[in-house]
Structure formats: C-alpha cells, structure tokens
Write a protein that binds this ligand. Structure first.
Ligand code: SF4
Length: 330
C-alpha cells in the first residue's frame, strides 16, 4: 500500500523525497530452505524532508526505521520505490555518479563501539573517506581531520589515538566527524545516542543541532525515543511494521497525536505528572511478524479501539487537517 505523505513542511521544497519505498528480504525457511519466507521490512513508505530541516522517524525496534535510512542511502538496495535527492533519481545512479552522490549523503550509526575500527587511529578513521574521494596531500588531509575534530568539540591532539582510548560520547563525536569529512548535505542519524550514557546524550544532541545550523545540514533522525525526536525534529513520522502510520509537525504529534499507536508511544514517555502517569496506555504484545502481517490495519491486534473494519481493510494515510497525516479508520 502506498502511504502518501502530505506537505507538513509548509511551502518548502523537498531536498530528499522518497516515494512508495519497499524493502523485502528473502529468508530461508522449512526443510532444506524449500519454503522461503519474505520479510516485509519496509512496505510502501513515502516521505519528504526540506533543506536544513529534520524529519524524526520514530517507532519500536523492528518497525523498519533503520532499513528506511539504509535504503535512502543505498547501503542496501530497495526492492522498489523511488528516492530523489535534490531532484536526482538516486536509485538510477551507478558507478562514478553514485560515488559522487554518496559524498552528499552520509550516515551516523547507532553504536560507535562497533562502527569504528579499533585497529585504526582517529587520523585514519576520519581521514579514510577524504583519501578515497579527494586528492589532498597527507598534510592537507591531516589539517582537515584536525578541523573536523574541532568542529565536533574535540581536540586536534587526538588524531594519533585509538578508539579504546575514548569514552562512548567521544567515539560518537569521532563518528560524526567522519560522516562530515566530505562536506555532506544530508545525514541519516540512526539512534545516534542510544548506545551512550544518559549523561552524555544531551551533549551529543546539542552538538548535532549546532552542526546543523552551522553547516546547513538536513537530517533524518531515527530513534525509538519520542521525547528526543520531539526535541530535534521539525516534523515526525511514526512507523509501525514498515509503514508510516502518522506524520505531522513535531508540535502536532506531541500536542494532538491521533493514531492510537502514537498515543500509546507518547503516554509511555516518563512523566513527573501523576495524572498523566495514571492515564498511561499500556501496549500489550509485541510488533507482529513482518513475514506474516495481520490483515486490515496492521496495528489491530494491539489496538483497544479496533472495530470490524479494522480487521479487514488497511487504512490509507489521509490528511486529517493542516497536513496532519494519519492512517486510522477512526
Ligand atoms: Fe486501531 Fe482501527 Fe485505527 Fe487501526 S484503524 S489504529 S485498529 S482504530
């Protein structure tokens, strides 16, 4: 099903546009792999992000958020759909054109402990993309790495150190410096603080917000933490089982969530307000198996407001007013 996305970003032109993105993975199953299964990780996602804006992609683990980000950057190939960056058909590129496009679109991964090679110095980690894509001398490359480290709030003296000598927050800053090495325009930030101590999460987020302003960056910010997404995002898309089920401005999602799943996610955020805590909606069960999604509304097995139509007909993403898009029969 195609989830059409409304223009919740005013009249701003989209820098990144995704249309009806699908990613299915084939999985071996049954005796001698005779019954292959199809995992529907992403099932018809459309979204737009305007220049210098942040779209937050939020949902539980296993909802396809990371797969959407990886498909946009072609770190994995989508099954079908369209991805456009500044009007260029990204899925139609190959060879040199694709390598050139990758300079503009980079990703920061969730876990810096595993995304950075422990055998490489900071100079090699951050300098690697510079050496691969730009013809700079060693001293020019070294100067650029020092500049990048300072940009992310670290000392240039750290270039000859190795990953084990840094804290998690410092490692994620190094990962951000590497992502910025080729002066990208668009970053996919995949749970960039999920592996960090709470005490350093705020510092890393503040640095990402500052870098966006200074370098005119566009972000796709992926997280399961709705409060964090609300803080950094201009618009928010809520994902469930590979689909977008609600999409609106950050304020609208927080002040007036319409979809029962978004309401449940919001009510689960920690609050000091006793009344709010008592109104909590507790989601039962887990996200259904993407190999065999439920018929009708994929959220119906967990929805306390499900009615007969919900079990038969999949709701389309429609405009509930002011570009607030929601996929729910209610
Ligand atoms: Fe719940 Fe029905 Fe809305 Fe799905 S369509 S979220 S089951 S009310």
């Amino acid at each position: 099903m195609m989830n059409d996305i409304g223009d919740t970003d005013g009249a701003r032109e989209a820098q990144v546009e995704v249309k009806d993105l699908v990613k299915h993975f084939a999985q071996r199953g049954g005796f001698l792999g005779r019954n292959p299964r199809v995992v529907r990780a992403v099932d018809g996602v459309s979204l737009k992000i305007a220049h210098k804006r942040t779209l937050g992609l939020v949902g539980e683990s296993g909802c396809g958020k990371t797969t959407i980000g990886r498909c946009i950057l072609r770190l994995i190939e989508p099954t079908s759909g369209e991805v456009h960056f500044e009007g260029v058909d990204v899925l139609g590129l190959s060879g040199r054109q694709l390598r050139r496009m990758r300079r503009d679109m980079q990703m920061v991964f969730q876990n810096p402990y595993s995304s950075l090679d422990p055998r490489m110095s900071v100079l090699s980690i951050v300098g690697e993309p510079i050496q691969t894509h730009l013809s700079l001398s060693h001293s020019e490359m070294r100067d650029r790495v020092v500049e990048l480290l300072e940009q992310v709030g670290m000392s240039g003296d750290h270039i000859y150190r190795y990953p084990h000598e840094f804290s998690g927050g410092q490692l994620q800053r190094i990962a951000v410096a590497r992502a910025l090495a080729l002066n990208p325009k668009f970053l996919v930030l995949d749970e960039p603080t999920a592996a960090l101590d709470v005490s350093v999460q705020a510092q890393v987020i503040a640095k990402l917000v500052e870098l966006q302003q200074d370098l005119n960056l566009t972000y796709l910010f992926i997280s399961h933490n709705l409060t964090l997404v609300h803080y950094v995002s201009d618009t928010i898309a809520v994902t469930y089982l590979g689909r977008i089920i609600e999409h609106a401005s950050s304020e609208a999602i927080f002040d007036n969530p319409i979809h029962p799943y978004t309401q449940a996610l919001l009510s689960a955020t920690p609050s000091l307000d006793r009344e709010l805590r008592q109104q909590r909606v507790i989601l039962t069960g887990g996200v259904p198996d993407p190999v065999n999604p439920p018929p009708g509304c994929v959220f119906h097995p967990r929805c306390s407001r499900a009615k007969d139509a919900c079990r038969q007909e999949e709701p389309r993403l429609v405009n509930a007013g002011d570009g607030h898009m929601v996929a729910c029969h209610l």
